[in-house]
Write a protein that binds this ligand. Structure first.
Ligand code: GRF
Length: 186
């Protein structure tokens, strides 16, 4: 049985947002940390914390088969909410449909601006004075689902994409848990 308060966090890399979601959980339990990269740094942290983990390399796998295997793992843990946190893989329409309305993601821009990659370089290049991050529902179209919450940070005169990334990341670590703590109640 799916339980909305049982959250799976899906990661591919360092997992700093995952750590923030674990540390600031109030209304949900992180019941599983899953990754398409068995070597993801975030997985080691999750294991050390005693969290349940699941991983399976996605490279070379059949997309739909992979997503069915992932989905079955989530069902086994009675997951009802999926939080993508640096999960660098586009989910199949089948998966998104199967979990419709229950997948959220954090994106490092003020959506609808700068969907996709290289958001910080693009914001600086455009001469923007504000950047930020958005938590949004995941739909079939990349970074296009309803925005659930946003946080803004300034872009300063001598910012490089790397400096801006750190400022936005700090905002992500506050925003994502705040939004997820509310989202699991609905
Ligand atoms: C973050 O910038 C997030 O907004 C984006 O991917 C990055 C993940 O970083 N979706 P981390 O693995 O959470 O540190």
């Amino acid at each position: 049985m799916r339980d909305r308060k049982r959250v799976a966090i899906l990661i591919s890399g360092r997992g700093s947002n995952m750590r923030a979601l674990v540390d600031q959980a109030r209304n949900y339990e992180v019941a599983l940390v899953a990754s398409n990269k068995p070597g993801a740094a975030g997985l080691a942290w999750a294991r050390e914390r005693g969290l349940a983990t699941w991983s399976l390399e996605s490279k070379g796998a059949d997309k739909q088969e992979y997503d069915q295997t992932l989905s079955a793992a989530l069902e086994e843990y009675s997951i009802g909410t999926i939080a993508l946190a640096g999960f660098m893989r586009i989910l199949s329409p089948w998966f998104v449909d199967n979990w419709a309305g229950r997948i959220v993601n954090i994106h490092p821009s003020l959506l609808p601006k700068y969907r996709g990659l290289d958001t910080h370089a693009r914001a600086i290049g455009a001469g923007d004075t504000l950047a930020g991050c958005s938590v949004h529902l995941v739909t079939e179209e990349l970074d296009a689902g309803a925005v659930l919450g946003q946080a803004q940070v300034p872009i300063l005169g001598d910012d490089t994409p790397g400096i801006l990334e750190q400022r936005v990341l700090a905002a992500e670590h506050r925003l994502y848990p705040e939004v997820l703590n509310e989202f699991v109640l609905r």
